[in-house]
Design a protein. Structure first.
Length: 165
């Protein structure tokens, strides 16, 4: 699950808690969710407008499934245990795999993003959109691959034994 899906999932959870009346009171009066907040959350979920659908899809949920779970929760007064996520279809893109493999190999050699971009252009590998490589495009790919925040192996060798003082 991506960070964005987690964020939008939290928005949905809060709306569900508000709609069911299980959200902590925002003004510390000891009551459950504010009646106006509860009515607003119920209206938002039941209406299922474009913004509700956008939040559900961004969180990785089918809007209709969220509405069904919310209706059950509002009837029983208990938060739903879980809501089925929308199915994801993933396809294998051979070109993408080739690009990512080249980026990974060059990163492991110790090249930085500027050097990797130049090397990819030199190899004739174009970006997904068919353009030339830029350092920020390489950094985005490295980040997606989970390598952006780490030094490449070749660069790490020189840092071993160095302590922060």
């Amino acid at each position: 699950m991506t960070d964005e899906e987690c964020l939008w999932g939290a928005v949905l959870r809060q709306a569900l808690l508000d709609a069911v009346g299980l959200a902590p009171d925002r003004n510390s009066s000891g009551k459950s969710a504010n009646v106006a907040t509860q009515a607003e959350a119920r209206r938002w979920i039941r209406h299922g407008g474009a913004d509700f659908e956008a939040v559900c899809l961004a969180a990785g949920f089918e809007p209709a499934k969220v509405q069904q779970a919310a209706e059950r929760a509002m009837t029983t007064g208990a938060a739903p245990a879980s809501i089925a996520r929308k199915p994801t279809v993933r396809t294998v893109d051979a070109d993408q795999q080739e690009r990512e493999g080249a980026i990974t190999a060059l990163w492991r050699e110790g090249l930085n993003s500027v050097q990797i971009a130049a090397r990819l252009d030199g190899l004739g590998l174009s970006t997904k959109k068919g353009g030339r490589w830029r350092s920020n495009t390489v950094r985005e790919a490295l980040n997606r691959l989970g390598m952006c925040s780490r030094l490449p192996p070749a660069a790490r060798q020189g840092w071993q034994g160095v302590s922060a003082s």
